[in-house]
Design a protein around this ligand. Structure first.
Ligand SMILES: Cc1cc2nc3c(=O)[nH]c(=O)nc-3n(C[C@H](O)[C@H](O)[C@H](O)COP(=O)(O)O)c2cc1C
Length: 309
């Protein structure tokens, strides 16, 4: 199976719907994390989790929670909306999150993880999966967290084998992943640095027990990557026309979702941070997109970029 990773600011409901409609290559879409303020889900997240905006087959909302109470509150609201499963974020590396005891901040306190899971499994109906890193400070934290995870009927564990201080770069800790694949009782999904069919094949050969993969930036840079990994053969003409259609859907989606054209343009500029990598001379393409002052200028830059594909 291939999952689309949650990437805050990138894989939002517009992106997910457009990707599903054009490529039909993802088995599950993970909604970037939502969190609570004063025990309420912030209104800015409503559109992300609204069932009308999430009509794909399998969509999993992700939550950041600092304790069992927060997870229970969010789980109730999400299950009421009709979601059957929820993903708990144990990986977000940013100090703003970890200092509040959320995301990877929980990895240093396995007792807290235990409390959160105990509360969920004794009070909630739905299924729970976990998205994990190796540790907050060091991968020596991993073993105790795995011991806790093994006590509960978790649906699956998605593991990005880096510690929080690495953020999203530096060496992937392959040994830590292999250790987790031996120690964890749950289905394990690999996540991290799959940017091409070649890197996928390497990981596939290295992690023989793994058959489920979560892809993030690799899809943002090349939305056709899951199709390529599945071995779907497409002509260049077909690939280019799918990318063109995908861009069209994303643009139309943002024009509809944003209150004005300027905001839609800003979302498109964000989209091109990664999407430009699919184009020859990608730095130049991105620079021109960034400079576009209005939608007319943007459209003309984009036409030239697609002509050069
Ligand atoms: C800009 C950005 C935003 C992210 N947002 C989230 C998020 O909301 N929840 C989460 O679990 N991980 C988040 N991640 C991590 C990704 O889901 C993924 O674990 C990471 O990018 C490694 O996978 P990749 O190498 O395939 O991209 C984010 C990563 C980036 C770069």
């Amino acid at each position: 199976m291939i999952y689309l990773a949650p990437l805050q600011g990138f894989t939002d409901f517009v992106y997910r719907a457009a990707h599903a409609a054009v490529f039909n290559s993802i088995d599950a879409y993970f909604i970037p994390y939502i969190s609570l303020k004063h025990n309420k889900i912030l209104p800015k997240y409503f559109r992300e989790i609204s069932p009308q905006n999430n009509r794909q087959m399998r969509v999993v909302p992700q939550v950041l929670a600092k304790d069992g109470n927060e997870l229970a509150l969010m789980a109730k609201q999400l299950l009421d909306l009709g979601y059957a499963e929820i993903n708990l974020n144990l990986g977000c590396p940013y100090p703003m999150v970890t200092n509040r005891g959320k995301g990877a901040g929980l990895l240093a306190t396995p007792a807290k993880v235990n409390e959160i899971l105990e509360r969920f499994f004794s009070t909630s109906e739905g299924e729970l999966s976990v998205k994990l890193r190796s540790g907050l400070q060091s991968d020596s934290e991993l073993s105790s967290v795995i011991d806790v995870l093994n006590q509960f009927p978790i649906k699956e564990v998605i593991y990005h084998p880096r510690v929080a201080s690495q953020l999203y770069s530096g060496e992937i800790d392959e040994n830590a992943y292999l250790f987790a694949s031996q120690q964890l009782k749950h289905r394990l999904v690999y996540n991290g640095d799959i940017f091409s069919v070649k890197t996928y094949t390497e990981k596939n050969e290295m992690f023989l027990q793994t058959s489920d993969w979560m892809l993030g930036r690799g899809v943002l840079m090349n939305p056709l990557l899951p199709n390529e990994i599945m071995g779907v053969q497409l002509s260049k003409e077909k690939r280019d026309s799918l990318l063109f259609l995908f861009h069209k859907y994303v643009l139309e989606g943002y024009l509809e979702a944003m209150d004005n054209e300027g905001n839609a343009l800003n979302k498109m500029k964000q989209f091109w941070i990664y999407f430009s990598h699919r184009f020859p001379a990608h730095k130049k393409v991105f620079k021109l997109v960034k400079k576009a002052k209005d939608m007319n200028k943007y459209q003309s830059v984009i036409r030239t970029a697609f002509d050069q594909l």
